[in-house]
Design a protein around this ligand. Structure first.
Ligand code: GLC
Length: 561
């Protein structure tokens, strides 16, 4: 029996139930003025590339004025554009032009913390303990007779204590403020109604400018447990904590999202928000996706899975079961600007929860077989794009870029490097500026030539970068880029893909096979060479060996019942 969907057609349901969204890490995507850093005009120049790739939406990482201690995730002004990246007029032009091309626009909102250069934090430093200015952030007196012991044992995600002691305006050592991330990123106090109202204004500001949605940074972090009780064990917390933490996934966050949903719904055109909520199991994710809360939440259970049929299948089943309870679509993701690129992860077999996590930059490079990683990443892409719901792709994923593991230490910029006491190299290796051309000039085409000349790219690019470039992959019909373009175009024309039902087909323990409406079959082979099922091949992630599927290969097929 063929599988049939009983959902309204794709044109009739909200776009975010099916969308493939492309994440742009603005600093590293495309540089229009030759200063070695990406910018808004650079993105605009590349819209035709994104159109040809076939994505439905783009999400741009924070583009607001920022001292760039955490590359924009330390926001100094939520209602403007970083001068290095352009102007509000440039942003408006980009939004309008993307819309004309049928591409939706999602911006990143960072509500858990601001930059220490934000006007409010500067005011708080000058104001007295207990003042309304201090109450917008989380200031506390220290413990001990001299107040020199931090208020509790919380650690920052990037390393070290999550508390920093300030010097009061009178020059004396004073109160402490909370920063779950870098010292320069003080946490807002979301119990304060002024903070809530401020962010509602920020949402409206960008909605009025025309954006289709928001990616909510650290969406599981804004509310802290009452009384700020100690964390259960010492050490830097993982974003995806194995045990309950007093600063992650507190019930109070949901009230915020209910109020945000009302704002989103008051605008026409299915405006949406996607949560960066590192929570597990899937039933906890589903809580962010209740009908009166958010549209999407990244599936980090999927991202942190090993390249292993059994684990992936369990996590796919768990996610689909949990989110179908609340009527939400899945949001699959393998890569973003915070994790080691999937090519490396899949090649090295990095596993979460063993100290060898996706956040680990120190996997053994000697063991890395890049061809295996690329084959798996390509197969994983066809798996992800055939699953029910939407998907998020990170820039360079369509080129199967590997992690850059040998950035010289003196060029590392991620605050993790310093805050971990120089033990964790941080996330720069997945943020290296994109190679557009084969030749090394102008940062492999990252920086467009202008009369001022070209400055060095903000992170160095490796010598071999050009072989992964857009230019070289456009010349090769078997390239990863060519595969992504075909896959996204097929996804558009296959009405059974995107949101809707799926049914597992049992082909053995090492194969994941499932059917989608329209007699569409996706098969992924995690084991040794296996026989190809009966049917017509639509697309494969690598060469097929006669009637066989080689290992680490995925196939899309039309079958007959
Ligand atoms: C999120 C961002 C990450 C940033 C952190 C603090 O996890 O994705 O890049 O460092 O929040 O804002």
């Amino acid at each position: 029996m063929s599988l049939v969907s009983n959902l309204p057609s794709r044109e009739k349901r909200a776009w975010w139930r099916d969308a493939v969204t492309y994440q742009i890490y603005i600093r590293s995507f495309s540089d229009s003025n030759g200063d070695g850093k990406g910018d808004v005009e650079g993105i605009r120049a590349r819209l035709p590339y994104l159109k040809a790739l076939g994505v439905d939406a783009i999400w741009i990482t924070p583009w607001y004025p920022s001292p760039q201690n955490d590359h924009g995730y330390d926001v100094a002004d939520y209602m403007d554009i970083e001068p290095d990246y352009g102007t509000l007029d440039d942003a408006k032009r980009l939004i309008d032009e993307a819309h004309l091309m049928g591409i939706r626009m999602i911006v990143d909102i960072v509500p858990n913390h601001s930059s220490d250069q934000h006007k409010w934090f500067q005011e708080a430093l000058l104001a007295a303990p207990g003042s309304k200015e201090r109450d917008r952030y989380i200031f506390r007196d220290g413990k001990g007779p001299n107040g020199d012991i931090p208020p509790n044992n919380w650690n920052a995600v990037f390393g070290g204590s999550a508390w920093h002691r300030i010097t009061e305006p009178d020059g004396k050592p004073g109160q402490w403020y909370l920063h779950l991330f870098a010292v320069e990123q003080p946490d807002f106090n979301w119990e304060n109604s002024e903070v809530r109202q401020y962010f509602e204004r920020v949402l409206r500001f960008w909605l009025d400018l025309g954006v289709d949605g928001f990616r909510i940074d650290v969406a599981h972090g804004m509310i802290k447990a009452e009384g700020l009780p100690d964390q259960p064990a010492p050490g830097s917390p993982e974003m995806l904590a194995a045990v309950s933490m007093p600063f992650w996934d507190q019930d109070g966050v949901h009230e915020i999202y209910r109020s945000w949903r009302k704002i989103l719904d008051s605008y026409p055109g299915d405006r949406m928000a996607v949560a960066e909520a590192w929570v597990s199991p899937a039933s906890r994710i589903a809580r962010y996706l209740r009908p009166d809360e958010l549209a999407n939440s990244f599936n980090f259970d999927f991202l942190t899975s090993k390249w292993e049929a059994k684990t992936l299948r369990e996590r796919i089943d768990g996610s689909i079961a949990a989110i179908s309870e609340v009527g939400a679509p899945a949001s699959w993701v393998f890569n973003n600007h915070d994790v080691v690129r999937s090519v490396d992860r899949f090649a090295l077999g990095l596993t979460p929860g063993t100290g060898d996590t996706t956040l680990d930059r120190h996997g053994d490079s000697a063991k890395l077989d890049i061809r295996v990683g690329v084959a798996r990443a390509r197969a994983g892409a066809l798996l992800m794009l055939a699953l029910p719901g939407g998907a998020y792709i990170y820039q360079g994923e369509e080129l199967t870029l590997p992690e850059v593991r040998d950035i010289p230490e003196d060029r590392l910029t991620d605050p993790r490097w310093k805050m971990s006491g120089y033990t964790d190299k941080g996330r720069d290796g997945c943020r290296v500026p994109i190679p557009w051309t084969m030749k090394e000039e102008s940062g492999f085409g990252f920086s467009h030539q202008n009369t001022m000349g070209i400055e060095e790219t903000w992170l160095p690019q490796p010598k071999w970068w050009g072989s992964y470039s857009v230019e070289s992959q456009e010349k090769d019909q078997d390239s990863s880029l060519a595969m992504y373009r075909k896959a996204l175009s097929i996804r558009r024309s296959e009405s059974g893909l995107g949101d809707g039902p799926m049914k597992w087909v049992e082909l053995g323990d090492d194969l994941l096979a499932f059917e989608r409406p329209g007699d569409f079959l996706c098969v992924v082979n995690f084991g040794k060479e296996a026989p190809l099922p009966q049917g017509d091949v639509i697309l494969s992630s690598g060469p097929l060996d006669g009637g066989k599927i080689p290992s680490d290969t995925a196939v899309w097929m039309r079958i007959s019942h």
